[in-house]
Unconditional design. Structure first.
Lengths: 393, 446, 307
């Protein structure tokens, strides 16, 4: 008797399930955006910046009633996945967000080590993806569905070389970079090429490297000091810059130190102190003296989290606004996820003259790389990042 | 089913215990075949009514890994996911086990009349069918299953060295890297081109060349292992630990410096050759071969070397040769796993094969259990599933997983399932209960 | 020549860290035959403890609550950090190692590895993702001798590290406890039967090793003032290599191996393309081990090494 009733319950449940479930999906009232961020692992600060910027953006949009697309308002839902700073995990996170959560677009991953394989997944599954921070050419190469929000190394390297030549008239350069990390390595190579193009072969008198997580650069810096280089170019992350600048000065190196956009963190000055005063670097935006939307973003972020946002947060913010622009350009959300994704991708590749907080971006069809200007920042004697010059492609 | 009525006044605990006992009795009688039928039924059910059921329960999609990730993200959905799991997995499993067990037992017995490999193949085919249907729901499941199977190969091969041989080797990430790069060089060089280009062969040859590429990757990894083995096995001691560690650093540094392979930028664009069946076949092959290896005379000699090298030597075991061959054999399989991994992720980067990977593979081996094939399988699957399911917890995940491992180590110092032989016959055979137990546990008829 | 001398100075400082950390590994390895893979992270914990003490003391001084000169703050920081970290080390031994005394050795290595991960994650969880700047306790002054630049911190670090190593050696060679430690390293199956309290000795070795790691952590903070939760990993593993290279249970051997690691790192980067640093320095270690398989000062041991 009891056994029978159990069957009855199960079969009724199943029939109900089939009948009710057959109603099919309704058009979505929310738009899902995936975020693939390195919250744990080697670069937790990057993950934190990404997450904070993403959450801030979503709160702003939702507080204003949602994203308005084709006259209809949609709430935004963020799906934040941790890629643990590992390639496998970034691939798994992307696959999950694309197939399970059915996100419309993915923002991230940040580091190229994760962005290159994750971009493959996004491209294969026909889902648009914007990496805010990855500078490796392979991230977007031959992948119509993958975009980025930053400029590329082949623009930034020569920009630095031109700036130093014009500003100081130096002819002998030294480079110190991390060989095991693709961003500094790529940039160092492009800089070397550009510098030697300007000053002839052999004008990079010291081309030294180290491995990720090294903290003692004395051997390399001793070589650089003794090579007669007039300045040091070091496209490193801010935590390493602090050590490099300090050790260079302790070893008696007196020339200027020049860096790249990876210096652009509010943490640089607390870590580096006076050793970094007077240094120059190229970046996306100058926090001190910023105006308009850039200033609004910095102030809002600072008020909420208590520090000036890093460049990665600013780029993430821009990536989100790019996605917003593309969705608005798209005109309508049908609820058919494949069609919507294709529509967003097409709209993204046609974005021109987008005013981001890190500069004006224009995408050319067939390439996911924006053309945008770089800013050269000087670190003042008070430790502020002040605007010095602009360099455009 | 009503719990059996006891004449003495039953305390609740006793009743539960009794229930648990009869529950176990029920399951103890089920052969592997019965379980496979149960899972098959569950996956068919999920394919048929999974989506509508999920919608009814208020879930937007089929819960991908038993709903753990959903429940962790939005705890309000916990009852819904539990109900889903109950309807799709637990009830069908229970029903199959309850009613198909006699049939499965008879079938298993009948199958065993033929040579064992027939039965084994049929079991494997069923297993693959289950896997295929289960992963058919969602690409994420496919990826998780593939990574899990690659992990099984890695864990098994490391267990051969760290468990069966009793040495502490740290070079596995290096071997995996060698296999990954060599296999990628061949597939990319022959079928994709780009920076590295040999001759571009027609694409239909790729599935045929892929096994060769994997094997070559394994062979190169084994050659690398020779470099470690020659200095390490001159004496007994912990020198293998640091020599192998040095080897791992050397391999990583070498690939960082090889510009032709992309250096630190990594090496991508591998063709999509590691499909689910391919990875499945390699995993089964690996389990079979490694199991045969550890049960062979060589494997027994290996255990003898581990337990007492001098005594083994006295008993005419060539200890040095045994250790060398074993180490090379393990490295070969790590290389195969590397090749597969590179084609699952379709990108390799020297940074992947560092200390983080080392901690991960060591954790899988010791979590599952030393000296045991089953243990390694359990370890790899358990670690991977846990790692994927706890993903929404972010940082907390890396407090929970280590804590869990510490607890496992404290309460079962050799791992969950250690020192257990993988006896194919025992696994495939029917499980007919002893008469006595049957009498004792007959459920009262209603 | 100047370059060479400059690099000798650099290598001495760099090698002191390896040597101090490696001693902790080496003692645990000598006494218990265990790899304490949490040691790199104990170094990290020591460095953070030093950071908090130094920041606190400097803060109190600037507020005028106490007035201490820089060198007193420095000594206090080092001593307090060493004491607190040695408790952390003993705690690790109690939780992760003592329950596994009779388990296979590798299991304890795994618990160590996992305790290390817990330290890293807990740090990230409690203190956030920002890196910390180690405060400047004493003003750095730079001396130029010829073309070789020296800083007072560099000299201080090298000298104090050597003093610590000497003190440890004296302790091991000339005290009763030291004798017990040496005896355990000699034969750890028989010695406990002779009435040597294994648990006390184990706690002592973990405590001493962690105290040295804390000293290394504070020195590290002075020389490379950027702290992050993962700073101990690479160091830990490389020092582990140095510890075994030195020979089991030999203080002098470990110190020499630690300095060797430092010199290899610096000089390979100087005279070879620095990209090849890990490749070449580890290849050299591989060659050394091929010809001296028991390390510098190790003896061939026949004790049962299971798993």
């Amino acid at each position: 008797m009891e056994r029978k009733s159990k069957y009855l319950v199960i079969s009724i449940l199943m029939i109900c399930a089939i009948l009710l479930g057959a109603c099919g999906p309704a058009a979505p009232q929310t738009i899902k955006i995936g975020v693939n961020a390195p919250i744990t692992g080697d670069i937790p600060k990057v993950g934190e910046g990404t997450k904070f910027a993403a959450e801030m953006w979503a709160e702003d949009i939702n507080a204003a009633g949602g994203l308005e697309i084709g006259g209809k308002k949609y709430q935004v839902e963020l799906i934040i996945e941790d890629n643990e700073s590992k390639a496998e995990s970034a691939v798994a996170a992307n696959t999950k967000m694309i197939t399970q959560d059915e996100v419309l677009i993915i923002i991230g991953p940040q580091a190229s080590k994760q962005a290159v394989p994750a971009g493959q997944v996004a491209n294969d599954n026909k889902t648009p993806m914007i990496s805010p921070w990855s500078t490796n050419p392979n991230t977007t190469l031959n992948r119509p569905w993958v975009f980025r929000a930053c400029f590329l190394d082949d623009f930034q390297g020569p920009a630095v070389a031109n700036f130093v030549t014009e500003e100081f008239g130096f002819t002998k350069a030294a480079v110190l970079y991390d060989i095991a990390s693709d961003y500094p390595k790529g940039l160092a190579e492009f800089f070397k090429k550009a510098w030697e193009g300007l000053h002839g072969a052999g004008s990079v008198v010291a081309y030294e490297s180290f491995t990720t997580k090294d903290t003692d650069f004395s051997a390399q810096l001793t070589k650089i000091r003794d090579s007669g280089a007039e300045f040091l170019f070091t496209p490193q992350y801010y935590n390493e810059v602090a050590l490099i600048a300090q050790q260079a000065h302790q070893l008696g190196f007196t020339g200027p130190i020049v860096g790249s956009d990876s210096w652009g963190s509010a943490e640089l000055i607390p870590l580096c102190g006076e050793d970094c005063y007077g240094a120059f670097f190229t970046t996306h935006y100058a926090a001190a003296g910023a105006t308009g939307a850039t200033k609004a973003f910095i102030d809002a972020y600072n008020a909420k989290h208590g520090y000036i946002p890093d460049d990665v947060a600013a780029l993430t913010w821009d990536a989100f606004n790019l996605a917003k622009k593309a969705m608005e350009d798209c005109g309508k959300i049908t609820g058919d996820i494949a069609a919507d994704r294709a529509c967003v991708k097409d709209a993204l590749s046609k974005v021109t003259g987008f005013e981001g907080i890190t500069g004006t971006m224009t995408f050319t069809p067939g390439s996911g790389d924006p053309s945008k200007c770089a800013v050269i920042v000087k670190i003042s004697d008070k430790g502020e990042f002040t605007f010095y010059k602009q360099s455009c492609p | 089913m009503k719990p059996p009525i006891d004449n003495s006044t039953p305390t609740p605990r006793k009743g539960i215990r009794r229930l648990w006992h009869s529950f176990r009795q029920l399951f103890a009688q089920t052969p592997l075949l019965g379980w496979l039928f149960g899972f098959l039924l569950a996956s068919i059910l999920e394919n048929l009514i999974g989506y509508p059921l999920a919608r009814v329960l208020g879930l937007s999609k089929i819960p991908v890994l038993f709903g753990v990730d959903i429940a962790l993200k939005t705890p309000l959905l916990l009852p819904a996911t539990l109900l889903y799991d109950l309807i799709i997995y637990i009830i069908p499993l229970f029903l199959t086990v309850r009613y198909l067990t006699p049939f499965a037992n008879r079938l298993a017995a009948w199958l065993l009349r033929a040579p064992m490999w027939v039965s084994a193949l049929i079991h494997m085919a069923l297993l693959f069918l289950v896997l295929y249907l289960w992963t058919g729901i969602n690409d994420y499941r496919v990826l998780v299953a593939k990574l899990m199977m690659v992990s099984i190969i890695i864990t098994l091969s490391l267990n051969v060295v760290n468990g069966y041989m009793g040495e502490f080797s740290c070079s596995h990430p290096g071997f995996i890297a060698l296999g990954a790069y060599i296999a990628s060089i061949i597939t990319v060089g022959f079928f994709v081109g780009g920076n590295l280009k040999f001759v571009i062969l027609p694409a239909y040859l790729a599935p045929l060349v892929f096994p060769l590429a994997l094997i070559l990757g394994g062979v190169v990894a084994a050659l690398g292992a020779l470099l470690v083995a020659i200095p390490s096995f001159r004496t007994r001691g912990d020198y293998l630990a640091i020599i192998s560690l040095a080897f791992m650093f050397i391999v990583k540094s070498m690939f960082e410096n090889l510009e032709i392979l992309g250096g630190a930028r990594g090496f991508g664009d591998q063709p999509n050759l590691a499909t689910l069946p391919v990875v499945f076949i390699w995993t089964m092959l690996c389990i079979w071969i490694i199991n045969n290896f550890v049960q062979s005379t060589m494997g027994k000699a290996l255990n003898a070397v581990r337990d007492n090298e001098l005594a083994a030597d006295a008993m005419t075991v060539d200890t040095r040769k045994t250790k060398m061959v074993t180490f090379l054999f393990a490295a070969f399989w790590a290389g195969i796993a590397g090749g597969l991994l590179a084609h699952v992720i379709r990108y390799v980067n020297p940074g992947t094969f560092g200390l983080q990977k080392l901690a991960e593979v060591l954790a899988m081996v010791y979590f599952g259990g030393l000296n045991s094939v089953i243990g390694s399988i359990v370890g790899a699957i358990g670690y991977n599933l846990l790692s994927e399911m706890l993903r929404p917890l972010e940082l907390i995940k890396w407090l929970i997983i280590p804590l869990l491992l510490i607890l496992v180590m404290i309460f079962r110092p050799t791992g969950l399932i250690a020192f257990r032989e993988f006896d194919l016959h025992k696994i495939l055979q029917p499980k007919i209960p002893a008469k006595m137990e049957e009498v004792e546990n007959v459920p009262p008829s209603s | 020549m100047d370059t060479f001398l400059q690099n000798v100075v650099n290598a001495l400082q760099w090698g002191s860290f390896y040597a101090l950390i490696a001693l902790g590994y080496s003692m645990v390895y000598g006494v218990l035959m265990l790899f304490n893979f949490a040691h790199g992270d104990i170094f990290m914990v020591g460095s953070y403890i030093g950071f908090f003490i130094a920041t606190g003391l400097i803060g109190l001084s600037t507020l005028g609550i106490i007035s201490l000169p820089g060198w007193v703050i420095l000594i206090l920081t080092i001593l307090i950090a060493m004491i607190l970290t040695s408790f952390v080390g003993m705690l690790v031994e109690r939780i992760g190692y003592r329950p596994l005394r009779n388990a296979p050795r590798a299991s304890a290595a795994i618990t160590g590895l996992m305790i290390g991960i817990i330290f890293e994650t807990a740090n990230l969880y409690l203190l956030g993702a920002s890196r910390r700047k180690f405060p400047e306790i004493i003003d750095t002054s730079i001396f130029q001798i010829g073309n070789v630049s020296l800083t007072n911190t560099k000299i201080f670090i090298v000298i104090i590290s050597l003093l610590f190593m000497l003190a440890l050696n004296q302790f091991i060679q000339h005290t009763k406890w030291g004798m017990a430690i040496r005896a355990m390293a000699y034969d750890f199956t028989v010695v406990p039967l002779m009435g040597v309290p294994v648990n006390t000795i184990a706690a002592l070795t973990f405590g001493l090793g962690s105290a040295l790691a804390a000293a290394a952590g504070v020195f590290y903070g002075m020389a490379y003032p950027v702290l992050d939760p993962y700073m101990g990993i690479e160091y830990g593993w490389k020092s582990f290599v140095a510890a075994i290279l030195g020979g089991r249970g030999s203080v002098i051997g470990t110190v020499i191996a630690g300095f060797l690691m430092g010199f290899l790192d610096i000089f390979v980067a100087t005279y070879f393309p620095s990209t090849m640093r890990n490749l070449i320095s580890f290849s050299i270690i591989l060659v050394i081990l091929t010809f001296r398989p028991h390390g510098f000062f190790g003896r061939a041991y026949s004790a049962q090494l299971r798993l």
